[in-house]
Design a protein. Structure first.
Lengths: 701, 99
């Protein structure tokens, strides 16, 4: 790391990316001789106290941690650095008034995971290479990307990749394990030595925090779920060491049984045991009878509820909220919340999860900690009843975030505000794959463009095929349409700008899996136009399109990616140029593509402009045909208009051919215009690589 | 006669881009089970809705839970395929039904 004169002016990311899974390299079996085993070394999982010293200025020292997470798919590691303070003492031998700088003491490894002052936070380390299994030598190469955090702008700057040849040596006094200590010189990508790194193992946990529980006398303390699950049980799964302090049990009610957000915040300030968030990560939980602004629980320390402008210090739950007396609430219906140990405790963990910058999930599936309680009650499938269906764990996504997000994001009382500075889905972060994401052996994703060159302004159609090359059936989603949420992706233009895409509407019932037999495949297509960052194809040139499929198999996220390249060609003439501009600048055209309808007038206007351009018309004709061939309100399907749009020149993906065939079957199989369309589709499938089911459907028209 | 709650069911898209409305989701989907799903609030601002509960209080007010589990009340004006929200700060923003 170049520890001087760094350029912090042009931050490129909002939050740094999390560490990749570092997949193990194959082991050469010839080296597995018994006599060698006596000498092998491996990296212990857990938290390491680290120190980085500049070789330019010995007073420039950073302390922090590296978190090494071991799991079945490899290792993930991340770290944080805080700059050591300097104090000035008078020099004994010098003239009066002269002072010499001294470093303040280093964190003591005897105290385990260090807690360092928030205002000294400087860097997040994204570890990209680390020792996988073991080595017979005494060292390994550690590589990491360094992200500088600028407090004033709350931005992150990637300052490059650094490496260190880390060698084992005997730990200095104070470390709990003499043999788990390493040192190495830190080098830039160019090989220049810029500092020295030490790392010594201090804990099998990754992080540590304290939860102080204060309550009014009639409210219960949410210590466990009544069936053996407590705070530490849940946080063990994310590597957090949790100390629970049952503190005040007689907090006074400021204005009766109901508490405003302001009263909750003031009571936290008045009653908590310590306000020193630089020596402990203290989350405060207040248990009261009722909450004015909600029912079960709240992380009030944000927005208007954060009167001291120190975010995410506390949360509260309501013991006297009455659970509705309806069947949805299962075994606890009609009960007082505090008397229903399981959901009461779950809500307490959920609210503290918010204080740790965790958010509600975007899916209705999953009954994990950050799911909203009514959804979990809704999700109960008889004979199981709520709250027996609660999952006593954070979701795999949240587990990864809790382990590896930067300290300043998850610890309480930093400058980063819940929802305001950080919000789901942590947009702007070039997130690396999830550390529990598994690639299933034998599955391949082939991605191909329908057209390799596409005029600017036109949608880009991509075909993809999921193929099972193994000898066993593999569970895969029943449908791969983008609307299922299984398909996401990004487009990278020739300047390197990435634009992501995903569904704008979730089809909530599409989480079902099917078994994909050996040598079988499923095909689908995407029609890409816009993503969350606007038009995906804004300029002429080569574009790389990456498609990622992801789904859940028994709690494990499976991911698979494939990519292809297309060329966007420049405008041919003024008419094409104007039409392309209209399409690129009209967000609602995406809704026309997805939903159809007659009501999104901006989108329809842009579509009509595109259809008037001879260059763009073949690319948009299907979108308009689908729209008019669907009934909308009192308007009947217009197959006459649709048939004029579907010609041999109309560009359609296999999925679009299938959709139109379905529409004809549903709405107008007997109409002569529908038959004209059907004949066009029959000619199209002869020129395209379409699956058997599409062929059958079209041929049956 | 269709109830007020039934009229809210479905997917709505925000039509307003006023600065004060940018903290609210672009899409919000009201389900009959009392839950809503929302997406698309701009980055760096309050994603006022994500997944949570909703309930009609009366013909002019609706309660919706937020990302921090607060339940906020909004005034609304509902027509056939549009509704206008008015938040506690007086910010008015329009949603149009898309599905």
């Amino acid at each position: 790391m170049e520890i001087k004169n760094l350029d912090y002016q042009n931050p490129k990311v909002f939050l740094p990316p999390l560490p990749d899974v570092i997949s193990p390299e194959p082991i050469n079996e010839s080296i597995l001789k018994p006599d060698l085993w006596a000498n092998f070394k491996s990296l212990r999982c857990g938290c390491y106290l680290i120190k980085l010293t500049s070789n330019i200025n010995p007073l420039l020292v950073y302390d922090g941690t590296i978190r090494v997470e071991c799991h079945s798919n490899g290792l993930s590691a991340s770290g944080d650095l805080y700059r050591r303070s300097i104090i000035f003492y008078p020099q004994i031998s010098s003239f009066k008034g002269k002072f010499a700088p001294f470093l303040t003491p280093a964190p003591n490894p005897k105290h385990g995971i260090p807690i360092l002052p928030r205002n000294r936070y400087r860097y997040y380390l994204r570890v990209t290479k680390i020792l996988e299994w073991f080595t017979f030598s005494n060292s390994f190469i550690l590589s990491f990307e360094v992200f500088r955090f600028k407090t004033s702008s709350k931005t992150w700057t990637n300052e490059g990749t650094f490496t260190a040849q880390m060698s084992w040596t005997t730990a200095p006094a104070g470390y709990p394990s003499k043999s788990d200590y390493l040192e190495g010189d830190v080098k830039t990508a160019g090989g220049k030595v810029v500092g020295r790194l030490t790392m010594g193992w201090v804990s099998s946990y990754l992080r540590r925090a304290t939860i102080e529980i204060d309550r009014v006398s009639v409210s219960e303390s949410p210590l466990n779920n009544g069936a053996g699950i407590n705070w530490q049980t849940i946080y063990d799964q994310v590597g957090w060491q949790i100390t629970v302090i049952e503190s005040n049990t007689n907090v006074t009610e400021p204005s009766g049984e109901g508490w405003s957000d302001a009263e909750l915040h003031q009571t936290m300030l008045n009653w908590r045991d310590s306000a020193d968030l630089d020596s402990q990560w203290l989350y405060h939980l207040l248990c009261v009878r009722l909450l004015d602004s909600t029912e079960r629980g709240i992380m009030y320390d944000c927005y208007g509820g954060d009167s001291n402008n120190i975010p995410r210090e506390g949360a509260a739950i309501a013991s006297h909220w009455m659970i509705p007396n309806t069947n949805k609430w299962g075994l606890v219906k009609g009960m007082r919340f505090g008397a229903a140990s399981a959901p009461y405790f779950r809500t307490a963990v959920h609210e503290i999860g918010h204080a740790q910058m965790m958010f509600h999930p975007s899916a209705t599936t999953g009954n994990h900690i950050m799911q909203v309680t009514p959804q979990i009650a809704e999700n109960a499938v008889p004979p199981q009843q709520f709250p027996d269906n609660i999952e006593w764990a954070f979701s795999p996504d949240d587990q990864r975030l809790l382990r590896h997000l930067p300290d300043v994001v998850v610890r309480p009382g930093t400058v980063l505000k819940f929802g305001t500075d950080v919000a789901p889905p942590y947009t702007g972060i070039p997130l690396s794959p999830l550390d529990l994401a598994a690639e299933v052996e034998g599955l391949q994703l082939h991605v191909t463009p329908l057209l390799e060159t596409v005029p600017i302004g036109a949608p880009v159609r991509i075909n993809f095929k999921l193929l099972n090359t193994s000898t066993l059936p593999i569970p895969v989603p029943k449908r791969l349409s983008i609307k299922t949420g299984h398909v996401t992706g990004k487009v990278i233009d020739s300047s390197g700008t990435e634009r992501t895409f995903s569904t704008i509407i979730r089809y909530l019932d599409d989480a079902e899996l099917q078994m994909l037999e050996p040598a079988s495949s499923i095909n689908d297509s995407l029609t890409l136009l816009r993503g969350i960052d606007g038009s995906l194809f804004q300029s002429p040139g080569i574009h790389n399109i990456v498609i990622t499929l992801s789904w859940d198999i028994n709690g494990y996220l499976v991911q698979l990616s494939g990519n292809t390249t297309i060329m966007i060609t420049p405008p041919i003439d003024v008419e094409h140029s104007k039409a392309a501009l209209k399409v690129i600048t009209t967000p609602d055209i995406l809704l026309i593509l997805v939903l159809g309808g007659d009501h999104l007038t901006d989108g329809i206007d842009a579509l009509q402009v595109a259809l008037k351009s001879p260059i763009l018309r073949p690319h948009f004709a299907y979108i308009e045909a689908k729209r008019v061939a669907q009934r909308f309100g009192k308007r009947k399907p217009n197959f006459k208009a649709a048939s004029e749009l579907i010609t041999d020149d109309t560009i359609m993906s296999p999925a679009e051919i299938k959709k139109l065939a379905k529409l004809i079957n549903k709405e107008g199989a007997d109409s002569s215009f529908a038959k004209t369309i059907a004949n066009s589709l029959k000619r199209k499938i002869k020129t395209l690589d379409v699956s058997e089911d599409v062929k059958k459907m079209v041929e049956a028209l | 006669m269709i109830s007020q709650k039934e009229r809210f069911l479905g997917l709505w898209k925000k039509q307003t881009d006023l600065p004060c409305s940018q903290i609210y989701p672009i899409f919000i989907e009201f389900h009959s089970n009392g839950l809503h799903y929302s997406t698309g609030a701009k980055v760096g601002l309050l994603s006022a809705c994500d997944t949570g509960s909703w309930e009609i209080i009366n013909s002019r007010q609706i309660k919706i839970s937020t990302i921090s589990d607060t339940i906020l009340a909004y005034k609304y004006l509902l027509s056939d395929d549009e509704f206008t929200f008015i938040d506690s700060q007086g910010c008015e923003f329009l949603y149009q039904k898309v599905q």
